[in-house]
Ligand binder design. Structure first.
Ligand code: HEM
Length: 411
């Protein structure tokens, strides 16, 4: 169906350049076969390309090397949540990146969120009209596509507005708005954005809904990454005696988390049969390995030993090590500042943030039960939904402030 000729020709050059690597051909082949089924011919030449990396000019080899690691993860035996989602290929905001200002980090989150969802919208529109669109199995019905597009637009809109990529929209029809969003965002993409979007979509199978699953997870990861940075700033503000600043940052973080809950109704349009069809081949990748989620959790409150020694943290060894080496949480910072009770305004922000996290967990749990059922249904890391049922009860902060009950997100 596809031949690795372009990679062979690249390898045959005397001085191949990373910039001219045939990403298009590789990604097309991966999307046609599904990563789990990519023929040996392909993985063989890609391994050969990786062996050539040390001989290339330094420019952009890091990017190519990261891409090859994600593309070859299954044959290398390194396949996991990060490589499945291509997280090293997306420039997530947050602690892994050289620190920009808080405003730059926020804009980075918005931009990534917006382009990931616009790519999803473009994919759904294309699949509705063009039978040659990748991942041809189990296409959704037109009614389901319309619903999915409505939710995708709703989830993308706040970031698109903040970035001034879409103006006031009250009178536009959904179809007009979708076309406008795709056209505007596509024109605004830098070559780096295009490349990142392209190479971060390596589904394991050829089922239509996996595209959405990957983009939604990547969008959540983008927000968690920013929240991890926000919490670090909140802790610094407490440590330097600025509780009002800490409160306003934490409250803004809670708003963003609530806003990103609009991704749930979008994901809820996943067809359970489609999810089960590709989930067989995602084994080895579980969101229990999400570093940013665990960084956020552990920056609020140092986890109990039992949780630290459970798959929750054994699946994120770097985060666990940082905690064991004395990572300071917001609770710790408050204790050290000898404020057995935070100022009222900070206490309110803590309640708000805790409520947003509880709401997130509850909605996630409900969706997981709907798709997997209430009993043993995990990926081999945990027992599945029963694990989520219990994990949702973990206090976000110490018991000083019982969380306000938030309305649940409809999914
Ligand atoms: C079809 C939708 C989903 C289902 C059925 C599902 C199911 C599960 C299950 C069963 C677990 C337990 C770990 C395991 O056994 O692998 C889990 C954990 C987790 N999931 Fe999901 N999930 C879904 C969507 C998402 C999304 C969109 C995110 C966003 C990043 C996410 C983030 C997480 C996180 C962070 C954990 C770890 C929670 C903890 O350790 O306390 N999940 N999920």
């Amino acid at each position: 169906m596809t031949s690795p000729g372009p990679v062979r020709r690249w390898l045959a050059q005397r001085r191949p350049s990373a910039d001219r690597f045939p990403y298009d051909a590789v990604v097309t082949a991966y999307q046609r076969h599904g990563k789990h089924f990519v023929p040996h011919d392909w993985t063989h030449v890609l391994s050969a390309a990786r062996d050539r990396l040390p001989q290339l000019n330094a420019t952009n080899t890091r990017h190519l090397s990261a891409f090859l690691s994600c593309a070859l993860d299954k044959v290398d035996g390194t396949y996991d949540y990060r490589s499945y989602l291509g997280l090293p290929l997306l420039q997530l905001p947050g602690p892994d990146r050289p620190k920009g200002t808080a405003a730059q980090q926020f804009a980075r989150r918005d931009r990534l969120h917006a382009i990931l969802l616009t790519d999803l919208i473009a994919f759904e529109l294309r699949a509705a009209f063009d039978e040659h669109t990748p991942l041809p199995q189990m296409r959704p019905t037109p009614a389901m596509t319309t619903k999915r597009l409505r939710h995708a637009l709703r989830a993308a809109m706040p970031a698109l507005r903040r970035l001034s990529l879409v103006e006031h929209t009250a009178s536009s029809s959904q179809a007009t708005l979708l076309r406008r969003v795709v056209a505007t965002v596509t024109m605004d993409l830098t070559p780096e954005d295009r490349r990142a979007l392209q190479i971060s979509m390596l589904p394991v199978h050829t089922v239509h809904d996996e595209w959405m699953f990957i983009r939604v997870l990547q969008a959540f990861e983008t927000t968690f990454a920013l929240l991890a940075t926000d919490l670090t700033d909140v802790i610094t503000a407490v440590e330097t005696g600025q509780p009002s600043r800490a409160a306003s940052k934490l409250s803004a973080a809670a708003s963003l988390l609530r806003e990103s809950a609009s991704l749930w109704p979008l994901l809820a349009t996943i067809q359970p049969a489609a999810f089960h069809a590709f989930r067989t081949f995602t084994e080895g990748a579980s969101a229990v390995q999400s570093r940013h989620y665990k960084i956020v959790e552990s920056l609020c409150r140092t986890p109990r030993t039992a949780r630290l020694d459970s798959p929750a943290y054994l699946s994120v060894p770097e985060v666990r090590t940082a905690i064991m080496h004395g990572q300071v949480s917001l609770d710790d910072a408050l204790n050290a500042a000898q404020q057995s009770a935070p100022t009222p305004v900070l206490a309110a922000a803590m309640r708000e943030f805790a409520a947003a996290i509880h709401q997130w967990r509850q909605t996630h749990y409900r969706l997981a039960v709907r798709i997997l059922g209430p009993e043993h249904s995990g990926t081999g890391y945990t027992e599945g939904t029963p694990y989520l049922r219990d994990a949702r009860q973990e206090p976000v902060f110490h018991h000083r402030h019982p969380p306000d009950r938030m309305p649940e997100q409809e999914v």
